[in-house]
Design a protein around this ligand. Structure first.
Ligand code: PDD
Length: 278
């Protein structure tokens, strides 16, 4: 068959990406990003567990169990002779089938691919912190699923970029949920506050690690949402993700946080992270 692509006509066989693919057509799939340090996965179990939770949540049957997947991902590292700092990207979609909102039959297998890539640590941002903007969180109620439907996240992050900022802090009616691709925390009077791990945020693997570090250092980790208006009087604000690690936030919209300097608790957590990731 002849099809159109990029304003041209071509034979379907020449199309560079799959023809009817549910990830491409519906965003019907899930993904994970895992940090790699010196050729080793960091928070490996947490990410694998979350992938299976996301799969269950969208009723996607993965063709392997956790142990089998871990073996495959370790083999991917060794086949690539990965020894550096990097990341793994893995996605699984509900496969290729004639376009229909309804799930295809059981004979249609998920399309799965994963790759590893170099990703140096962002030392400048880790040291000096980053600026952010606030944006309305217009996403759906099931953000705990790491789904391929990232359009609101993409638009929010682009808006941040166009305002010379690193991230967009998202809020629902003034209540801060998370950022476009990271979790966010406020420090006040020696305590860390962050949105509870409910359905409307992604339960970050670095967030789990931060909770662990906080417990170890006797810093109260309080799962209680804060407001956009609380940020102007915050002692510290920081964000976390697998690719960003623990990043100090030094500005939110026009408000400078802690005189533009990363705070002590943020620094303490960064140190704990470095030790843990070694
Ligand atoms: N993003 N919240 C959202 C919406 C995210 O997309 C991410 C991760 C996080 C942090 O999760 P973790 O600590 O497990 O990385 C929170 C990845 C890195 C991405 O989409 O590139």
């Amino acid at each position: 068959p002849i099809i159109m692509t990029q304003s041209r006509f071509t034979h379907r066989e020449h199309l560079k990406y799959p023809f009817e693919e549910r990830g491409l057509q519906f965003g019907d799939g899930i993904y994970e990003v895992i940090r790699i340090y010196h050729g080793t996965y960091y928070l490996f179990e947490e990410h694998v567990d979350r992938l299976f939770r996301s799969a269950d949540a969208i009723k996607l049957k993965l063709p392997f169990n956790k142990e089998e997947l871990k073996k495959l991902l370790l083999e991917l590292l060794s086949r690539n002779e990965m020894k550096t700092d990097g990341k793994l990207y893995l996605q699984a979609t509900r496969g290729s089938a004639p376009r229909d909102h309804i799930f295809p039959g059981e004979d249609v297998l998920p399309n799965i691919y994963a790759y590893v890539q170099d990703l140096p640590r962002n030392l400048d941002s880790l040291t000096n912190g980053v600026k952010t903007i606030t944006q309305r969180d217009v996403r759906w109620e099931n953000c705990y699923i790491k789904s391929l439907n990232l359009l609101p996240n993409v638009l929010a992050k682009q808006e941040a970029k166009e305002n010379s900022c690193y991230e967009a802090i998202l809020h629902k009616d003034g209540t801060v949920t998370e950022c476009s691709s990271s979790n966010v925390y406020l420090v006040k009077d020696g305590k860390i506050f962050t949105h509870p791990a409910k359905n409307n945020i992604l339960h970050g693997c670095v967030r789990m690690a931060v909770e662990r570090f906080a417990k170890k250092h006797n810093i109260p980790f309080i799962e209680q949402a804060f407001q956009v208006s609380d940020m102007s009087s915050a002692d510290e604000i920081f964000l976390t993700s697998s690719t960003s690690e623990i990043l100090p936030i030094i500005q939110v919209d026009n408000t400078v946080v802690n005189d533009g300097k990363p705070g002590d608790i943020t620094r303490q957590l960064q140190t704990a992270y470095e030790k843990d990731a070694k």
